[in-house]
Write a protein that binds this ligand. Sequence first.
Ligand code: OFO
Length: 165
Amino acid sequence: MLSAKIQDALNKQVTIEAESSQVYLAMASWAETQGFEGVSQFMYAHSDEERMHMLKMVKFINERGGHAKVSALTAPPSEFGSFKEVFQTLFEHEVFVSKSINDLVHITLEERDYATHNFLQWYVSEQIEEEALARNILDKINLIGDDKSGFYLFDNDIKQLITVA
Ligand code: OFO
């Protein structure tokens, strides 16, 4: 059984995962309008992944006798100045999500809720991967600089980084 405090904290994370999905969906749509097919496919897939993270948490809350709530979401930006800005935002967003997961893990220890603590370990590992991937992509973008043909190749290469986890 979940304590009210844990249920509340998990529900806040449900909102964050849903908002993450919206952020990446907005990036996918923007990239698509700019004609960058690879980046847009990558972002659509990433958006789906975040929805999956959200659903996994919704199901856990309900399975543990709580009630997962569906809340209003903050609208993400729909315009981006550059790819560098897109991937910088993605990286910063993932760092923010990692911090939020860490805070959540901390609350489970305070509340001695070891089942939820155990459940959250999946998210802890996932965040290590997502931050590493975002950092790796940013490094590549920084290497490309303003080189247009570099961007063309990058747009093609990024398709290989599409994973659904
Ligand atoms: Fe990319 O973050 Fe979900 O957990």
